[in-house]
Design a protein around this ligand. Sequence first.
Ligand code: NOJ
Length: 507
Amino acid sequence: MTPAWWSDAVVYEIYVRSFADSDGDGVGDLPGIRSRLGYLRELGVDAIWLTPFYPSPGADHGYDVADYTDVDALFGTLEDFDALVGDAHELGLRVVIDVVPNHTSSEHEWFRNALSDPSHPDRGRYMFRPGRDGGPPNGWTSAFGGSAWELDERSGEYYLHMFAPDQPDLDWHNETVQRDFEQVLRFWLDRGVDGFRIDVAQALFKDQSLAEMQEPDPPTWHADWVTAVNQPELHPLYRRWRRLADDYPGERMFVGEIMLDDQEAVAEYVRPDELQLAFNFALLWDEWDATAIRVTIDRTRTAMGAVGAVPTWVLENHDVMRVATRYGGREQGRRHARAAALLFLALPGTAFLYQGQELGLEEVDLPDELRQDPLFVRTGGERKGRDGCRIPIPWTRAGQHFGFTTGEPWLPMPDDWGLESVEAQSEDSASTLELYRSALARRPGGDFEWLESPPGTLVFRRDDVVCLVNVDAPNLDLPEGDVIVASESVTDRLSAGAAAWVRPRTL
Ligand code: NOJ
């Protein structure tokens, strides 16, 4: 049996607001994406994942959905969506969309009904609870800072929001919520989508006892400590979703955003009859350190292998600092990011590539007054937020806003952004874009095996290709053979911070 398309795919994440703007309003949109599909085909990815494009007040830039079965006018129309899917399929690109089931927008009709009348049936879709000792029902905190409870002054009850107050959490113990979401999935499956990325997939059901949680100090990135979520009820739900999608022709896929560090806990969601994939965020938390990276690769492969699931690899997404900046920025960070590209694209499984990663873009440091992320606003600036990795893509070397928009971009683009543009990098065979193009065209497959190598290096084999990464050793000798791709020009050895794929003369 041929493996399913998603089992070794490269999925390109499109942050819709920042990819390509077709109508000059400064915000990326669906027709803009459609006009750039040729670029993605040529880059060599297999699928695109679109961040939310649904009607939304934009309190969390689309992750606050006011209508799950339509397109926000800012991004286009349902017809634009259909045309985009049609063109993508014609080019052989699959289309994955974001589904945001943990919370709605406070502007969603269900929530407006819930607020307008405490006896309205829609009230039961949300987590309204009485307060305690003159304050919120418990001490749960929001991922965006402050209490996770907001007072509904009219009724005197509080409602739960694990993110911003404009993102009230749904109560997944409510059967109407469960039923309605199946309709949402069907709506998009009927329109031909190839899969869903499930937002905050581990958090839909909450511990109904509202038991307090011990928060780590200092806080960690991942949410393993959030004992109120990751509840057992999720598994039967995802089994139902899986059956629903499997009833459709083609191989429709789910990838869960499961923000847990413990790969064994993540693996429970990708057992054979549950979700096909779960993001593996472990590489986002690793420093440029050979031992740490090797441990991550082994833990992931072991945990996923134990349930027969495909591992996934993520170096960037729209929520984290760009990888070149995480690895120290400038010349060195960029070199490490290029080497990491060859590492992650050679690992067995599915790779998720975030727009601009293929250009080696760095995090942009914005002045505070221009920051838009609710994370920045709600933590009073204590956390800078995620705007710096969401700057619009530079397409052209020069010209108005580097080909992104003819209007004013929703986040400002640095003056020298044109140097990083697709156009500039396409003319330079040593660019990061050209490195990605070469690597994507030559991605190795087959069995994985670690090969012996000196400390500070990572060397493994995929069939007849050896991937060598010199993380921080003085030098790493290359085997004799053909260099397929290298992160920089190499002779017979890799210096620290470089990587290569080699087909050795003898294995
Ligand atoms: C995860 C999304 O990736 C992030 O951008 C969003 O803010 C939260 N979920 C809440 O929906």
